[in-house]
Ligand binder design. Sequence first.
Ligand code: CTP
Length: 477
Amino acid sequence: MEFAEKIKQAIDKPIFRQLSDVAEEEGVPCYVVGGYVRDIILNRPSKDIDVVVVGSGIAVAERYAKKLGKGAHLAVFRNFGTAQVKYRGMEVEFVGARKESYSRNSRKPVVEDGTLEDDQNRRDFTINDIAASLNRDSFGEVLDPFGGFDDIKSKTIRTPLDPDITFSDDPLRMMRAIRFATQLQFDIAPQTFRAIARNCKRISIISGERIIDEINKIMKSKYPSIGFRLLDESGLLELILPELSALKGVDNVEGKGHKDNFFHTLTVLDNVALKSDNLWLRWAALMHDIGKPVVKRYDNKNGWTFHNHNYMGAKMIHRIFKKLRLPLGEEMKYVKKLVDLHMRPIVLAEDIVTDSAIRRLLFDAGVDIEDLMLLCEADITSRNREKVARFRENFGIVRQKLKEIEEKDRIREFQPPVSGEEVMEVFGLSPSRPVGDIKEAIKEAILDGIIPNEYEPAYNYMIKVAAEMGLKPVKGS
Ligand code: CTP
């Protein structure tokens, strides 16, 4: 179906017909624009409707909310000349057509009333710049002054005006271009892309919160690597996340190189993304080798080594998350843990797997063991098929063992079988170092397979360990 026809049909529903009535009553031209129109053509679900009013957006919004009656929620932002109506899970944003120019050092625009054309001139990309009329006599008529349809057909992100103007009006759009290219798997037009590279330093005036929003949208896409490659090629990555840029490149000493850890990381990220929607697992994939540049060494005997890069990487996470305005609670702890542990299952898959190594892995990974295994498998990016096949087979063994041992010993959500209170009661101790030592000894004995994870054997073991420490049960216990 023709795009124009598709749009006309898609907006032929009560919510838009009601908007149309309101436009008539107010006597002003109204258009649905932006992402909603784009997403109709691309068959993407969309809950946000943007309406441009050639006149007062607020007045139309107020009338519309009144018409919808109960259940409609109106919010007016007089400073910005915009208003929003929420109704039954839909959000309609109203804005008066504007002519805007931005001052060089802030995103705060100087706003004047304008025509629809003015409004379309100031939007970010041609694919976001298609308007459909809501007025009765022209309902559904499409205005596509910058060739948005053609760009959707050819899967191109392009600015409507000279990209230097569009990006300097709002440098966040550089991130948006890359985000749309990633989400939609579109190409950025060469001229537009060159302007991103030219203007990348202007990203410094954008708040961290807005930048991370875009990065997370890239992260949630089907192939997040597309975005990170573009961020890298445009020069933005170096400014936003230099620790990731630092993974790039291959050093050569005496003809010996190592793999490019940036491109390896992107492959791991895509591998994880194919298996899981968990944003934080994806972050763990992006960060898993972040410590490598810091610990990289070359020596004649071993060639290139990255000793303890997992530990170093885990240590870097807090600083990176803080700088990127990412949450510093449970999410960060999870990413840190996975980065720290990401080598463990690989090492197990290389060695003969002992039960106690499996127990220790289960103990350290806890409820995140499945995610860790997924990350670890995604980390195998070797081109050597034999090597990959061998790893996969060994991984199968590790998984099987994890299952068996967890069923037997329940280590994943380990709770000490003898509590601290009980240790204190039995030996008449107050909270003190020996209590911790006894508990630790019991835990170690379980992980080593000396005793099963059960109360009786743990109690008896406690008596034995305490005796070695010169402690005896007090009478009556
Ligand atoms: N817009 C713009 N410049 C920006 C942000 C938005 O020109 N920096 C315009 C675009 O026309 C865009 C519309 O405002 O389509 C709505 O913006 P927004 O809701 O942020 O984005 P969508 O395009 O709807 O896409 P998404 O919902 O995926 O963010």
